[in-house]
Every structure is written in C-alpha cells, then in structure tokens.
Design a protein around this ligand. Structure first.
Ligand code: SAM
Length: 232
C-alpha cells in the first residue's frame, strides 16, 4: 500500500469541510455527554467520511488506477486519451505500460488540489515517463479528429460537469474520438446510471462494476465500440 499526495486531493474543499466540522462537532459533543451522544456520533460520522475521502486520494486511487486500466485492457502500443487527467493518475500509469498518451483537462482547483499542467509534467518527470502530450481543453468539445484513440479513459471527472445534457455531450465526444474496436472506460461516482443510458444508445456492449472501497462508492463502465455501434 503506497501513500502519496502526488496526484492531488480530490474535492479538497469537501474533505476540509467534513474533517473540520466533524472534528469540531465531536470535540464539542464530547464535553456535553451524555446529552450530546447523537452529536458525537454525527461528528464522528462526518469525520470518518472526510478521512475516507482523503484516504481515497492518498492511497486508494494510486492502486485503483491499475484496476481501471486493467478493465480497459490497456496494451503497450495503445493510443490512449485520458480525459480530465488532473495530475496524471491514469495518463502516467498508461504511459508506463507503453501506451502513446494524450492528457486533456481544464485544470479545476476546486475538483483537485494543486491541479495543473505543470503538476502533471512534474509527476511524469518523477515517474520517468516522457512524451505525454498535454492539452488544455473541455471534454465537451474535444480537439481531435473522429476515431483517433484506441482507448479513452476518465476517472472521477464527469460528475463535476453540471447537468445531464452536458454530461451526455461529454460522453458522446469521448465516443466520437474512439476508434472502431476501441474501449471507452468511465470511472465515476453519483449519476453513473445516466452515463449507461447515454452509452446504451451508442453500443450494446457495456460492462459495469462497482467499487465499495472508494468513497463515495464508484462505478467503472466499459463500453466497446464495434462494427454495430453507432458513430456518435
Ligand atoms: C477529481 S479530478 C480527477 C483527476 C484525475 N482523473 C484523477 O483521477 O486523479 C477531476 C478532473 O476533471 C477535470 N474536469 C472537470 N470538468 C472537466 C471538463 N469539462 N473538461 C475537462 N476536464 C474537466 C478537473 O479539472 C479535474 O482535473
């Protein structure tokens, strides 16, 4: 088990709120026991959620990325796009496995602490993987030709986009840039059922898997683009 903050804390504002308010509530309630038992339980509950989110960013996602790439059946030589790459969690692991990698992001600090192109470059240098192409951009309007990539991946990105319509647009864009016989892998939390509904209009080859060790509980969706699939 490896601990590192190299890939940033997801939703750092919420982590601070849960840990801060949870700890405060617990301490205050402790001094007013036994009347404040509910307050203590509530405080500890918030604190535990914050801690779990922190643990996800510092430990769990570092190994979970290999689960995601494994489901994508990533092979050396794959031409892979990491959408919402952040500080390079999936992009760098894929490059280490011999893929030709492009990473694109709009670098939101709200979504990921210390986010930025420079952070990704530094991590790639540290991990000894040169050659990742890094672009600024929005997943809803990807600056690539149709059918450019053999694999498109994204981790904990789409739920940050507001509105089902915008998220569906993002999924259709990822699908557009995927080659025939390619794999689209979306790992995310919250409205994942709507992603499946969008993808079901594009392909009948979809697999999903839930992971209860991430917080909040995440789902990985793998969609295969084959001859029978619609193009976008
Ligand atoms: C929680 S972070 C996850 C980063 C990385 N995938 C990881 O797992 O560590 C979400 C990322 O999605 C990016 N993002 C959010 N909305 C985006 C959009 N519309 N287009 C491109 N990137 C986006 C954010 O800037 C952020 O880097």
């Amino acid at each position: 088990m490896r601990f590192t903050l190299r890939y940033g804390i997801d939703a750092p504002f919420w982590v601070a709120i849960f840990i801060g308010i949870g700890a405060g509530f617990s301490i205050v309630s402790l001094f007013a026991l036994p009347h404040s038992l509910f307050g203590l339980v509530f405080g500890l509950y918030l604190f535990a959620i914050g801690l779990w989110m922190l643990l996800y960013s510092a430990v769990i996602k570092i190994s979970h990325r290999y689960v995601i790439l494994g489901l994508a059946n990533v092979q050396a030589g794959d031409v892979l796009l990491d959408v919402g790459a952040g500080r390079g969690l999936l992009a760098i692991a894929a490059a280490r496995q011999g893929c030709k990698v492009t990473a694109i992001d709009r670098w939101s600090q709200w979504d990921l602490g210390g986010n930025g192109r420079r952070a990704l470059e530094r991590n790639a240098e540290t991990e000894g993987v040169p050659g990742i192409e890094i672009l600024d951009g929005d997943v809803r309007k990807l600056p690539f030709e149709t059918e450019t990539f053999s694999v498109v991946v994204s981790n904990f990105v789409l739920h940050n986009i507001k509105g089902d319509d915008n998220r569906a647009l993002a999924i259709r864009e990822m699908w557009r840039v995927l080659r025939l016989n390619g794999r689209l892998v979306i790992s995310d939390i919250l409205p994942t059922q709507t992603y499946i509904e969008t993808l079901a209009l594009l392909t009948d080859r979809i697999q999903t898997k839930r992971y209860l060790y991430t917080f909040p509980f995440s789902r990985v969706i793998v969609a295969y683009k084959n001859d029978g699939s619609q193009q976008s």
